[in-house]
Structure formats: C-alpha cells, structure tokens
Design a protein. Structure first.
Length: 244
C-alpha cells in the first residue's frame, strides 16, 4: 500500500511515537507547504516562459489584496481586481480566455504553468480562438470572472496554484467557466485538479480532459454541475472497441 500512495500510512513507530525519520519528513513537508503559500510569484520569469506558447505577450492583473498577508486574511479581496486597465490593449470576444493565477502556490504556477499552457494550445488544435494570457497575482479563482467578462470571452480557464498539502506543494488546478461574469459560484465551474507531473496528472492528459470540457461547455452553453467529463468514458469505449 505504501508503494501506491504518497500518503503517510504504515509509519514505523518507536514506542508510542513515530520514528525520528518520519517525524523529520513530516516537519519538512509542513515547512514546504508553508513556504509554497507565502512564496511570491516571479512574474517576469513566468511572463517570459508564457510568451513562448505563441498566444502573445501576457498582461498582469492584481487583486485588491495589497500583499500576501492580506491575501490570506481577506479571501474576498483576492476575488476582486484592483484594476482592469491592463486589459485595455487586449482583443475582445475570443472563444477562450486563459488566466494564470498564483493562488495558494505560486511555486506550482512557476513550475507547471508555462508547459501546461503549451499543452492546452496543442490540445485545442486550432479549433478555438484564444486570447493573450493574463497573469493574475494575489488571486482567487473568482478573480477570473471579472477578467473573462471584461475580455468578453466565451469560455474562461483559470490555471491556479492549489492549496499545498503535506504530500504535494506544487499542484495546479484548471477551473473552467462558461460565459464568465461576476457573481458566479463554484457550482458554475468545472475543475481539473492535481496537475503536477510526474507524481500527479500530466500536462497532456490535463489538457485533453480540459479540451473535452470546453467542447461540452460551448455546445451546451453552460458549465458547472450540469457539465460532466465524458473523456474517460470515451477512452473506455475506444478500449472496448479495440478489444472487440
């Protein structure tokens, strides 16, 4: 069982306590999670890497949270933009908008954001027009609704650093919202989570699932609890056909 999961199960014990090795591993993982939450995003480095995806130069938007401390204490500030003026030069009305947000793990976005974006572009295969990417700092998922509405995109993807745990501190999630606008809730979104190869979901697989959700959202005109991921069922069907 230990070989199939990074979870802390079957730990060795010394008397009534876990072994020193496991205790030190736990403290190191806890420190890594805390560091991931507080570590600031290197915006210039991410912008340079994102530019290579071929979607144009990214622009940067920040939330109303003045710093990391306020961001953690006031989640509501992270859901609203300080200003949307940086979006003024960008085109409107594209099929898809992409927001790259630091969330609760800037490390995850710095490490996986650019390669995941390239995988998404490849998975879309020219089927939809994509707006130039937006980098959002001190950001919660709902900040993307304001950005998507301002850009008048049909489908919004928020690629965001997920809350670090004691096993993973660099995991990304993709939140999909159809017809983004302020006031939506998590029930209006779909999420593809645990993106952090090699231990989690790979870039190509995450992009494939996301492309399937985009196709469903655009066909039905909605996202959230009424939109289901059918990509796995399609793969299972293909496998059965191959066996037949």
């Amino acid at each position: 069982m230990r070989a199939t999961t990074p979870s802390r199960i079957g730990l060795a014990r010394t008397g009534d306590a876990v072994s020193t090795r496991h205790l030190l591993e736990f403290r190191a993982a806890h420190a890594a999670a805390r560091d991931a939450v507080h570590e600031p995003l290197d915006v210039p480095a991410l912008a340079a890497a994102v530019s290579a995806a071929g979607l144009g130069e990214p622009v940067v938007v920040t939330s109303r949270a003045a710093g990391r401390s306020e961001y953690l204490r006031r989640p509501d500030f992270g859901r609203r933009p300080a200003s949307l003026a940086p979006l003024d030069p960008l085109p409107r009305g594209r099929d898809i908008g992409v927001v790259l947000a630091d969330g609760l793990s800037a490390r995850a976005l710095a490490e996986h954001g650019a390669p995941l974006l390239r995988a998404l572009v490849d998975a879309f295969a020219g089927r939809w027009s994509v707006a130039p990417p937006v980098i959002a700092t001190q950001a919660r998922v709902a900040l993307g609704d304001h950005i998507g509405a301002a850009l008048a995109v049909g489908t919004l993807l928020v690629v965001i650093g997920e809350r670090p745990g004691l096993s993973v501190a660099d995991s990304l999630g993709i939140y999909l919202t159809q017809a983004p606008r302020a006031g939506l809730t998590d029930a209006d979104r779909n999420c593809v989570s645990n993106i952090h190869p090699p231990g989690g979901l790979g870039y190509a697989e995450a992009a494939r699932v996301t492309a399937g959700l985009v196709e469903g959202a655009r066909a039905s005109g909605r996202s959230g609890v009424t939109l289901k991921d059918t990509s796995r069922a399609a793969l299972d069907g293909s496998a059965r056909s191959a066996l037949d």
